[in-house]
Every structure is written in structure tokens, then in C-alpha cells.
Ligand binder design. Structure first.
Ligand code: HEM
Length: 139
């Protein structure tokens, strides 16, 4: 089988995270603790899926020559992806350490969640630019 394989995985962390954010927002609106509990699990799954995507992405990156001028854009994508993994990890830790974080530490929790949202959107956008703009994985 021939790569790239990263595109097979990247949709999972994005979709899981967006669903988690949606459930948190519904909980804030309609007070649904079961939705908030599910959101926590979705953030965890998104974190795991992002790690797998990143590892597979590193393998795909190996196909790019060391002196390829597109390495700069690639590194920006990696930086944003790692920042997302770190922030989502902090969000999960906050919820694990303080199960009522959405009440007791509301702004810390929502701040982390929204920063993670911004980062995953930027990561996905950069990834799209790598493929459809710079044709990485195509030529
Ligand atoms: C160390 C981390 C990462 C590396 C080295 C990496 C590398 C790459 C590479 C090489 C591509 C071009 C397609 C290919 O050849 O596979 C790409 C595209 C992409 N990446 Fe990443 N990536 C990383 C993390 C992530 C993460 C965590 C996400 C999502 C949360 C992500 C989302 C995307 C998307 C959406 C594309 C466009 C795929 C397409 O439209 O076909 N990347 N990335």
C-alpha cells in the first residue's frame, strides 16, 4: 500500500473535538450533565486520534526532501498540531482533576476549549493548504 496515510486519520480528531464543543455548548444552554460527560469522553478520544494522526503525519513527512522549500509550511502545521495536542491535554487534565471544572473553573475550562477549537481549525486549514495548495502528498 502506498501513502500518504495521514489523510485517512485526520478527520477523526477534528470531528470528535467539534462534537465535544457542541455538546458543551448544549449543556451550557440546556443544562444537560450527560452531554457534558460525553463531551469529556469525546475530547479524550480526539486527543488519542490527534496523537495517532501526528505519528502517521510524521511518517508521511519523511517523503518530503530535507531541502524542500515546502518544509516551512509543514513545520507551521506541525507546530499548530502540537499546540492543539497540548491544549486539549490540559483541557482533559482540568476536567479529570476537577470533575466540576465547567462550574468551578468555568473560564479556565472554556478558555482552553475555545483555544483548542481555534488551533484545530487552523491545523486543518494548514493541512488543506499543504495538500491542495502546495501539493504535498501529490507531487
Ligand atoms: C506532527 C504532526 C503532524 C504532521 C507531521 C503532519 C503532516 C501532514 C502532511 C505531510 C500532510 C500532507 C498530506 C500527507 O502527505 O499526508 C498533512 C495534511 C493534513 N493534516 Fe497534518 N500533520 C500533523 C498533525 C495533524 C493533526 C493533529 C491534524 C488534525 C487534527 C492534521 C490535519 C491535517 C489535514 C486536515 C490535512 C489535509 C489532508 C487532506 O485534505 O487530504 N495534521 N499533514
Amino acid at each position: 500500500m502506498e501513502g500518504p496515510f495521514h489523510p485517512l486519520f485526520v478527520h477523526f480528531p477534528i470531528a470528535l473535538y467539534l462534537l465535544g464543543v457542541g455538546l458543551v455548548l448544549i449543556h451550557l444552554w440546556r443544562s444537560r450533565p450527560d452531554f457534558e460527560q460525553s463531551a469529556y469522553r469525546l475530547f479524550l478520544l480526539s486527543w488519542g486520534a490527534a496523537i495517532v494522526s501526528a505519528l502517521v503525519g510524521l511518517v508521511d513527512k519523511g517523503q518530503l526532501a530535507f531541502d524542500d522549500p515546502r518544509q516551512g509550511a509543514m513545520n507551521n502545521h506541525i507546530t499548530t498540531a502540537i499546540a492543539f495536542i497540548v491544549l486539549n491535554g490540559l483541557l482533559i487534565y482540568t476536567r479529570f482533576r476537577w470533575p466540576d471544572a465547567l462550574t468551578s473553573r468555568r473560564w479556565q475550562y472554556l478558555g482552553l476549549m475555545l483555544a483548542g477549537l481555534a488551533l484545530i481549525v487552523i491545523t486543518g486549514r494548514q493541512g488543506g493548504d499543504l495538500v491542495y495548495g502546495l501539493q504535498i502528498g501529490i507531487r
